[in-house]
Design a protein around this ligand. Structure first.
Ligand code: PEP
Ligand code: MG
Length: 319
């Protein structure tokens, strides 16, 4: 049971038996970064860069982007910020990309796919991120690409990001294909971050914006949990290769902000959780109320359940 009186989040979190968990904030603007830092977040696991440019007729310049990213890095001095490259298309079209109408935008040219046609824009964005890192060396700037489906895409992105001077490069795991290819994806990148909002949408073939399909679009669906497990297993295999550094797995979808599911995710072997800042205190308290062994038992119970409700019930029976 989690106590009702909630103390402010102080920046560190651990299970009852002392297994440390990195809790980070999802942000969309520089103002969000300041608010999240004030709320105790020591870093950001997801900066959605496209949010700053949704109303633009012209692409933002490298200088403007550098200033924006440096401002966000400054808010988290001494920690890390995961900068996500533009996730445009689908529900977030960027006018300056002149998107073509699509029959199925969620299955269309979105996320990293837009960069295949606008490589210059991606190069400019990566250059701005690298310059921001130089301006704020006290914060680690990690960079990641959204909506990756193949190992080849991950390798292509990693090549561009490293050539721009960025040291820590990752991709989001938002498609079942990427989850099932995590071991090979992680031969090219340093970390992955599970976007469970999209992973649920693509696993269950249910539009995340569709109210009638909300029950399908649920990260408690055991099929989604099994893909998270597959991603963690892939990271373990990639980390075990001779000479390889340890590959980390984060979650930055809404699933991380559910205090019960957060413990299941840690039980599955996820390293860090990034969420809206308002959820940090409740998730930290939930973690402190359970041991790692209990989290693992809850994960096993949820993975083998027959449905989303059954998975939630099984996990809460253990925790
Ligand atoms: C996700 O898909 O879970 C995610 C974090 O990215 P976004 O919600 O911005 O698509
Ligand atoms: Mg997403």
């Amino acid at each position: 049971p989690v106590p009702k009186e909630r103390r402010a989040f102080t920046g560190s979190a651990a299970t009852a038996d002392g297994h440390a968990v990195s809790l980070l904030a999802n942000i969309g603007t520089a103002a969000d970064a300041a608010k999240a830092a004030a709320a105790g977040a020591t870093g950001s696991g997801l900066f959605r860069t496209e949010f700053a440019f949704l109303d633009r007729a012209q692409a933002p310049s490298e200088d403007e982007q550098t200033e924006l990213y440096a401002g966000v890095l400054r808010a988290f001095e001494g920690s890390k910020v995961v900068l996500r490259t533009l996730d445009s298309g689908s529900d977030k079209p960027l006018p300056f990309l002149d998107p073509e109408p699509e029959e199925n935008p969620a299955l269309g040219v979105r996320g990293l796919r837009t960069a295949f046609r606008h490589e210059g824009l991606l190069r400019t964005q990566l250059a701005a991120m690298a310059r921001a890192q130089t301006l704020v060396p006290g914060t680690q700037a990690w960079v990641m690409a959204p909506m990756v489906a193949t190992v080849e895409e991950a390798a292509w992105f990693a090549g561009l990001a490293r050539a721009a001077g960025l040291a820590t490069v990752g991709v989001m795991i938002e498609t079942p294909a990427a989850a099932l290819s995590a071991e090979h994806v992680l031969e090219h990148v340093d970390f992955v971050s599970l976007g469970t909002n999209d992973l649920a949408q693509y696993t269950m073939a249910a539009d995340r914006l569709s109210a009638p399909l909300a029950a399908l679009n649920d990260p408690w669906q055991p099929a989604v949990l099994r893909l998270i497990e597959a991603t963690v297993n892939g990271a373990g295999l990639a980390s075990a290769r001779p000479g390889a550094a340890r590959r980390t797995v984060g979650v930055c979808g809404e699933a991380a902000s559910d205090p019960l599911l957060a413990r299941v995710l840690i039980g599955l072997g996820v390293d860090s959780l990034s969420m809206s800042p308002g959820a940090l205190a409740a998730v930290a308290e939930a973690l402190a109320a359970s041991t790692l062994e209990q989290c693992r038992a809850a994960a096993t119970a949820a993975l083998t359940a027959t449905g989303a409700r059954e998975a939630r019930d099984a996990a809460s029976g253990v925790l």
